[in-house]
Design a binder for this molecule. Structure first.
Ligand SMILES: [Zn+2]
Length: 63
């Protein structure tokens, strides 16, 4: 099995003891490389992405 280290905090996927947490790790493909994010950082990462979206994105379309 390939070693998977969180690209944000350096956590080791192999050190995760809870199988549910192991499954919650996220792999991202970027330029042919796989990056891993631990569940905690994945959550923060998603929040980062959402924070960059224009506010209009979240406003329901009402005419
Ligand atoms: Zn992490």
């Amino acid at each position: 099995m390939t070693a998977a280290i969180c690209s944000r905090c350096g956590a080791d996927r192999g050190a995760e003891e809870n199988p549910a947490m192991v499954l919650a790790w996220v792999s991202e493909r970027e330029g042919g490389m796989s990056r891993w994010l631990c569940p905690r950082c994945a959550r923060d990462h998603v929040r980062d992405i959402e924070g960059k979206l224009p506010p209009e994105f979240w406003v329901p379309d009402r005419d």
